[in-house]
Design a binder for this molecule. Structure first.
Ligand SMILES: CCCCCCCC/C=C\CCCCCCCC(=O)SCCNC(=O)CCNC(=O)[C@H](O)C(C)(C)COP(=O)(O)OP(=O)(O)OC[C@H]1O[C@@H](n2cnc3c(N)ncnc32)[C@H](O)[C@@H]1OP(=O)(O)O
Length: 196
């Protein structure tokens, strides 16, 4: 089941933004990216080649879930991503639920980092294939209120061989508040090199 579709836990802002981006997707300039609990956007065979301990993957794959997708509806990461191919950028609308609390009433920094890594990761994945995060630098400018809706804008800045340099920022829906900004390096996996 695609977990990036509206559900009753979504606030008015979340639904409004989702509808706006679905409208923008009508002419094909934007594309809604489905998101599943445990289904890869790529064939698992394409990914397994990079992870030699296939045994582990085989035995555990039935329990494996995409981290941000394993919270009950509305309690963790509620999000939807849209990709603009022409501009090589991805927008993620994100509503962080009550189980993601760090400081009282605000999102935990690790929860923010998760959505940054996932949005940058998806952008890098689309641009470069099977990638992994090599480096992620985040500036937390303002605390993000729990249960608020934010917009993550992520883009590819530079590609050098297997290295993809990306950046993103997190803003309020009205774009008035800059909550966080990040830069990152993703590396496209080399099938000749073992990861472990
Ligand atoms: C597996 C994902 C598949 C997903 C497909 C399904 C889609 C699912 C749907 C939706 C999800 C959204 C997407 C999620 C995406 C996931 C992202 C993560 O969270 S990954 C978890 C955290 N990251 C790690 O655990 C990596 C650990 N690190 C490594 O394994 C290696 O270091 C790796 C692969 C990153 C690089 O290893 P090397 O051996 O291939 O490459 P070397 O030769 O070391 O480096 C290549 C170049 O990069 C530079 N480099 C490497 N690390 C660097 C660093 N930290 N800082 C600066 N430069 C670095 C090196 O200096 C080198 O540069 P010079 O070619 O010499 O110019």
């Amino acid at each position: 089941m695609d977990l990036s579709l509206p559900n009753p836990s979504w606030s008015k802002d979340m639904r409004l933004l989702f509808d706006q981006f679905m409208k923008k997707s009508e002419d094909g300039s934007w594309k809604h990216l489905p998101s599943y609990k445990n289904k890869f956007s790529r064939r698992i065979e394409d990914i397994k080649v990079f992870f030699p301990d296939a045994k582990l993957i085989k035995e555990k794959i039935s329990q494996a879930q995409l981290f941000p997708r394993n919270f009950e509806e509305g309690l963790g990461f509620e999000y939807a991503m849209f990709h603009n191919h022409a501009e090589d950028r991805t927008v993620c609308i994100f509503q962080g639920g009550p189980y993601l609390q760090g400081a009282p009433g605000f999102l935990h920094g690790g929860a923010i980092a998760t959505m940054i890594d996932s949005t940058l990761g998806m952008t890098a994945l689309i641009a470069g294939g099977i990638v992994m995060t090599a480096n992620l630098n985040i500036n937390f400018k303002r605390p993000i209120p729990l249960c608020s809706v934010v917009v993550i804008n992520s883009q590819v800045d530079k590609v050098e061989g297997r290295k993809l340099f990306l950046s993103c920022n997190i803003r309020s829906v009205d774009e008035q508040t800059l909550y966080s900004e990040a830069t990152s390096l993703f590396v496209k996996l080399d099938p000749e090199k073992s990861l472990t």
